[in-house]
Ligand binder design. Structure first.
Ligand code: A5P
Length: 240
């Protein structure tokens, strides 16, 4: 692939992310408590929200990572905590995969799944923004499921996850040091391939000792906004 073509691809993906992110910022109204997601797409939403705040929108943000908190502070978005605002009106976040029809998700590619899930369940509306590469017919088609585990005895947790078919790999930084989450845990990226029953896998992961949280977000998304070359598309959950 030529360098020119590769950079075109990158900028068209960025435009797709931006289209979804910009639309999500239009959903905000004065006095809302807003969950601010993490990752590159969520960062574009935070930027768009920052622009609205600079134009006078009055909201309070609850960040899902230290990185998002820093970005939001820099943009003048007032921040608070779940302690002071236990109910969030709307949370906007990205995803690694969105399953067509169910709107089930894999999240946590950036390593912020625990805080993201706590914010998601505290939100009346959980809005996902993504570019069109993220939509799949079955979760696990491209993405591994990130599993956040306690540092203590993580090797034994990995053995149990391996027995469940996940083929876990400890997440490392590019310099070889171990990636540590904002909550002080490790991440085991588990490759399952296409997942036949995400609910059953969720049940197994939820009951595995040492697992602090995992990146399956089942039945949580209220709305999914997909950006593509022709603008945005809203995905609906199909009745089961
Ligand atoms: C952060 O840990 C994640 O859950 C992100 O929301 C997800 O990985 C999507 O990230 P990008 O928007 O960077 O693809």
């Amino acid at each position: 692939m030529s360098i020119a073509m590769a950079s075109n691809d990158v900028s068209s993906v960025n435009r797709s992310k931006e289209a979804a992110a910009d639309f999500s910022a239009t959903l905000l109204e004065n006095e809302m408590v807003v969950g601010l997601g993490s990752g590159t797409t969520a960062a574009l939403a935070v930027a768009a929200i920052g622009r609205r705040v600079q134009q006078g929108l009055k909201i309070i943000g609850i960040p899902t990572s230290e990185q998002t908190a820093e970005q939001a502070r820099g943009l003048g978005i007032p921040l608070s905590t779940l302690g002071d605002h236990p109910q969030i009106d709307i949370a906007i976040d990205g995803a690694d995969e969105v399953e067509n029809g169910t709107l089930n998700l894999i999240k946590g590619g950036g390593g912020n799944l625990l805080r993201e899930k706590i914010v998601a369940v505290a939100s009346l509306r959980f809005v996902i923004i993504a570019d069109d590469r993220k939509v799949v017919d079955q979760l696990g088609t491209h993405a591994a499921v990130p599993v956040e585990v306690a540092q203590f005895g993580w090797q034994t947790t990995a053995i149990r996850l391996k027995k469940m078919g996940g083929n876990p790999t400890l997440r490392l930084h590019s310099d070889g040091t171990i990636f540590v989450t904002d909550g002080g845990n490790y991440i085991l990226d588990c490759v399952y391939g296409p997942i036949q029953s995400p609910k059953e896998l969720q049940r197994q992961l939820d009951s595995t000792v040492g697992v602090m949280e995992h990146g399956l977000f089942i039945g949580m998304a209220s709305q999914v906004i997909i950006g593509g070359p022709d603008g945005i598309k809203l995905l609906q959950r199909k009745p089961t």
